[in-house]
Design a protein around this ligand. Structure first.
Ligand code: GLV
Ligand code: MG
Length: 349
């Protein structure tokens, strides 16, 4: 085991020091862009103004013969657009793939210090993070980066889920994790053919007499267990957890429900693969106005966060005060990006 003192030492001579806490950024949606498609790339400046994070995807969904074009497209995107406060991320190919070395070389050499986060697919254990940690430190030192590039792991293999706590604690370079339901379903041998979301067959039958058709059936969330494990692993290390893709673009209601389950369980955001999902994520991952107003009442009623008070018939104490702080801190970040919600929250600056 590394000693605590060594944990925060740069891993290469001349590399920036690891961060001791994550930068505080609003990341309600990570919007995926296929960078090899000129038509989509042309829309990046407009998209960057609408979303919290833009991600250039180099991995799955990019055909093998377009991998190089995707790398080049990503570098063009990174160099030609002013992202302002919008995060710039890239998803590289898996560490055992024939493409990953060229991906890392391209983005760490060509995207300069503009790159915020590298998303790493199919992370199996802390060893994957250690490998990248060392390699990125070498690139950062060689290219004079001022801040470290962070790592975001996709939780999408059975072994990754088994090792989720160790992955979260592997390095101060860790930003967070996303659930990858499509690859995870395959890795676990789940009998589905979907990219995220629920399944009509997974649920419980209500008590009572009669056939299944005559009784109530309650569909359950297939991802509840994994999201809960991911959120605990991430929160205990100061990282952020995200729901990943929702592939059925024709079902915005189910997408919203899946995103909301993740939000209520502690996730900070979700992936948006289609522009129609951006507003869904924005709505779900911005706290509801009535919840924020209620949270503000708790904070006002308990200025030092101790004791107990009743508000609208509900008991409040130190623990609800802490929940209220989570809600109001998120609302403040949302308010900085959204003047309409700032007004509704009563948090105009
Ligand atoms: C995402 O990469 C997934 O496999 O769901
Ligand atoms: Mg995947």
């Amino acid at each position: 085991m590394k000693t605590p003192a060594d944990f925060y030492k740069a891993l290469a001579v001349g590399a920036p020091d690891p961060l001791r806490a994550l930068p505080v950024n609003l990341e309600r949606m990570i919007h995926f862009v296929p960078p090899h498609i000129d038509k989509v790339r042309a829309k990046v400046p407009e998209l960057a103004a609408r979303v919290d994070v833009i991600l250039g995807n180099l991995e799955d969904a990019i055909p093998a013969d377009a991998k190089q074009a995707a790398r080049e497209g990503f570098l063009e995107m990174a160099g030609s657009c002013n992202f302002g406060t919008t995060g710039l991320w890239v998803r590289i190919n898996a560490l055992n793939s024939p493409w990953v070395l060229d991906d890392i070389d391209a983005v760490m050499t060509g995207a300069g210090g503009r790159l915020d986060v590298i998303m790493v697919p199919k992370v199996e254990g802390p060893w994957d993070i250690h490998f990248l940690d060392q390699l990125l430190a070498q690139y950062e030192a060689r290219n004079g980066f001022e801040k470290p590039v962070l790592l975001h792991a996709i939780l999408e293999t059975a072994q990754g889920v088994k090792n989720v706590e160790a992955i979260a604690a592997a390095s101060p370079r860790m930003h967070g994790m996303s659930l990858g339901p499509a690859d995870l379903a395959a890795s676990r041998g789940m009998k589905t053919t979907r990219v995220g979301g629920g399944h009509p067959g997974y649920g419980v039958l209500g008590d009572g007499a009669g056939t299944a058709a005559q009784r109530a059936f309650f569909q359950q969330d297939l991802w509840h267990y994994t999201i809960a494990r991911m959120v605990d692993a991430c929160a205990s290390c100061g990282l952020k957890a995200f729901y990943g893709p929702f592939g059925d673009f024709s079902d915005p209601a189910a997408c919203e429900a899946q995103f909301r389950n993740a939000f209520l369980q502690g996730c900070a955001g979700a992936w948006t693969l289609h522009p129609s999902q951006i507003d869904i994520a924005k709505q779900v991952f911005s706290p509801a106005v009535e919840e924020v107003l209620f949270a503000k009442k708790i904070l006002e009623a308990m200025p030092d966060g101790t004791g107990a008070v009743m508000i609208e018939g509900k008991m409040q104490d130190d623990a609800t005060w802490k929940q209220a702080r989570v809600m109001v801190e998120l609302a403040r970040m949302v308010a900085e990006r959204d003047p309409r919600l700032a007004g509704e929250y009563g948090l105009e600056s």
